[in-house]
Design a protein around this ligand. Sequence first.
Ligand SMILES: NC(=O)c1ccc[n+]([C@@H]2O[C@H](COP(=O)([O-])OP(=O)(O)OC[C@H]3O[C@@H](n4cnc5c(N)ncnc54)[C@H](OP(=O)(O)O)[C@@H]3O)[C@@H](O)[C@H]2O)c1
Length: 401
Amino acid sequence: MASSLKAVPSQQAQTAKRSVTVLGSTGSVGANTVELLLKHRDRYEVEALTANSNVEKLAEQAKVLGAKLAVVADETHYEALKAALSGTGIACAAGAGAVVEAAERPADWVMAAIVGAAGLPPTLAAARRGATLAFANKECLVCAGPLMMRMVSDHKATLLPVDSEHSAIYQVFDAKRRDGISKLILTASGGPFRTFSLAQMADVTLEQALKHPVWSMGAKISIDSATMMNKGLEIIEARYLFDMTEDKIDVVVHPQSIIHSMVEYIDGSVLAQLGTPDMKTPIGFALGWPDRIEVPAERLDFSKVSTMTFESPDPVRFPALRLARESLRLGECAPAILNAANEVAVAAFLNRKIEFLSIAAIVEETLDKVPNCTLADLDTLYAVDAASRRFAEAEIARRSA
Ligand SMILES: NC(=O)c1ccc[n+]([C@@H]2O[C@H](COP(=O)([O-])OP(=O)(O)OC[C@H]3O[C@@H](n4cnc5c(N)ncnc54)[C@H](OP(=O)(O)O)[C@@H]3O)[C@@H](O)[C@H]2O)c1
């Protein structure tokens, strides 16, 4: 598979304002993006913002940024959005189709920051019209990696990673001399339960799982970090983004989260990108690309960095990593089965329906039982996604009966 990664062109000052759409503007990544857009108002103008249901925040963002359009995916919130934007001249719309239409509008740059596979249709819509896509919504690549990379390549879209790990790799990945690259090394913080025994992990609460030791993030990715499924999803994301096989993607636990990831070359050199753990830095990298823009993130003060430690992830306490690798080796729709089961299991844990350790168990059961099939097209993918969700829901009901 040809990689869509492009070598970074030489620095050119941006002259015209870049038009921007933010899918998922009310979330953690979305709100950080909005903060950077406000800081750099002279460089950007906002085409559209989208959310699922948080009308109040969406309307506020649309007004302060002077967006042309605000869209809420959940149609039951349409009247509230219309009322909140009345008299502003900002157009509004509702429904999943309207989110796709927002992505189709002619913005130069689109932030894909919806959580979960729900972000796939609008992200693909932006790729289909050849947009520059700042890509946070990793579940899209996990579900539809080969289809999405083909679409990016066919329509000459540009994919800029936003995940801090993939942004780090992108910055030190010599795309012109990829034969010289021996492996990618993703760093992981280890999450809130890095030092917990399996017995302790059996009793953890939702509040403990949501409290990430380093990063401030949305609920779903916080739980994914606690199970380390987040790193599993990132292995799959890296496989497609950088066109590296699964056996050439390592994971190392680095609790301080200062090194955001590394690339090892065949001569033994390891190149890394470092910084304080603040998502504004990788978002700012994608927003400014190919230039660099000023980002209000705390600077790394090496006189205060007393230790940087590294350890191997524990496959017994964190089976999600093994499951993600297995799904990649199985290929075709297996990563989509893994992702759908994980989304359902994490939602059940967030709703206090299952225990923490059941998340990976439900994913394993679903991956084992739902038949894999050829990833022929999007319809096949959506059918497998739905079947996996039904299976995982039934498994949750069975466990809580
Ligand atoms: N947070 C981080 O630091 C971070 C870092 C790296 C990668 N990522 C990835 O970035 C993505 C977003 O993460 P996040 O932490 O920002 O999530 P989040 O805080 O939960 O925000 C999710 C956004 O998606 C919207 N949304 C949710 N369901 C939707 C649906 N069905 N249709 C349309 N919009 C929907 C939400 O709208 P409402 O607010 O109205 O619900 C919100 O704007 C995830 O894929 C995550 O893995 C996040």
